[in-house]
Design a binder for this molecule. Structure first.
Ligand SMILES: [Zn+2]
Length: 356
């Protein structure tokens, strides 16, 4: 018999976690963004923390994904092209991850976005170097293991081949795979298809944003055409039994984010949620924070929402963490070692909370 404490926030803060879907652009902590704005003399209210925070984050759910992305664009305009800021943001990301109980994280980012702002420009390699340096420093200080994922952009097919080459160049320096984001509603450009084909042939891991605001057909396209091993979000799959059956048969992993699914307007509070149907149908999925600083919500907040709002029980939530371990872009050796540490930590937490 499982006995749960009343305070699920405490319990879900304590459990070990693996995060597979989080964007550096959406995980830019406020102090570094403010300091960079000040340093670059950007005329923003950087002396008023609250006003500044309102510019770079959201106070609640939005009516569309486009509106949801606006603060993210403002943030990247401030920190883009600064190796110093990017390094610090990556370091602080692992600090926050550690505080949320994360033992392994895959941080994704777009070198295209982060390389440029109106104030400065750096190369794509310099972006990856800065992220890697911050994460490496963070790993030493906080003990969180990591990998990086390079994001291609649906809107920029002309850069896709270059992004795949970049990921290949950094494959042994912490880049584990590629993603594509920012416009799944667009027709899939041949240059994207060619780039993903090369990535697949050369053994890069692949995750794809699909079925978030777009139809379930985009999930099928991501799996069949782009070779996706994992899908970012995929909520609209619940409306298509054929795609649902296909994803289950292939054991495709879905990286969900309970809070961003509401903030983007893709799912609605008070209505049946895709994650509940995933859970009822035995879909392979995990819980992630996506853009924590845009929503001012932590990874733990996402776990609490999965529990308290979506009704997942402890066993189902623990399974989400174990699913993430199995779907992580890790070698077999590293996965086995991570799983051992995660299970050990679960044993400690279950003993502390009398869960059996
Ligand atoms: Zn995302």
């Amino acid at each position: 018999m499982t006995t749960l404490p009343l305070d699920t926030a405490l319990l879900y803060r304590s459990i070990p976690k693996v995060e597979l879907h989080v964007h550096l652009e959406g995980a830019c902590e406020l102090q570094t963004v403010m300091a960079t704005a000040k340093e670059r003399q950007i005329p923003l209210p950087f002396d008023d923390t609250e006003k500044f925070q309102n510019l770079v984050s959201l106070s609640g759910p939005q009516s569309s994904l486009e509106n949801y992305l606006k603060p993210l664009i403002t943030t990247v305009d401030i920190v883009g092209g600064s190796s110093k800021a990017i390094e610090m943001l990556a370091y602080n990301f692992l600090k926050t991850s550690h505080e949320a109980g994360v033992m392994y994280s895959e941080l994704r980012f777009s070198p295209i976005w982060l390389s440029y702002s109106q104030f400065a420009q750096i190369t794509y390699d310099e972006v990856v170097d800065a992220v890697a340096s911050g994460l490496d420093r963070g790993k030493k200080d906080f003990g969180v293991e990591y990998n990086m994922i390079i994001c291609l952009l649906y809107t920029k097919p002309e850069h896709s081949a270059e992004m795949v080459d970049l990921a290949l160049r950094y494959r042994n320096k912490g880049v584990a795979g590629i993603d594509i984001c920012g416009g799944e509603w667009l027709p899939l450009h041949q240059l994207h298809i060619d780039a993903f084909k090369k990535a697949k042939e050369l053994g890069l891991n692949i995750t794809v944003h699909a079925g978030e605001a777009g139809p379930a057909a985009n999930i099928k396209r991501a799996i069949e055409v782009l070779g996706a091993d994992r899908i970012g979000h995929g909520y609209t799959m619940v409306k298509d039994e054929e795609v649902l059956a296909m994803a289950k048969k292939l054991n495709v992993h879905f990286e969900t984010s309970p809070i961003s699914s509401i903030y983007t307007g893709c799912e609605k509070m008070g209505e049946p949620h895709a994650i509940q149907k995933y859970s009822d149908n035995g879909v392979n999925f995990s819980i992630n924070s996506d853009d924590p600083c845009v929503m001012r919500k932590t990874l733990t907040d996402n776990y609490v929402m999965a529990s308290d709002v979506l009704g997942l029980d402890y066993k189902q939530i623990k399974q989400c963490v174990l699913n993430a371990v199995d779907a992580a872009f890790l070698s077999d050796d590293k996965r086995a070692s991570l799983k051992e540490k995660i299970l050990q930590k679960f044993t400690e937490v279950e003993s502390q909370y009398n869960i059996n």
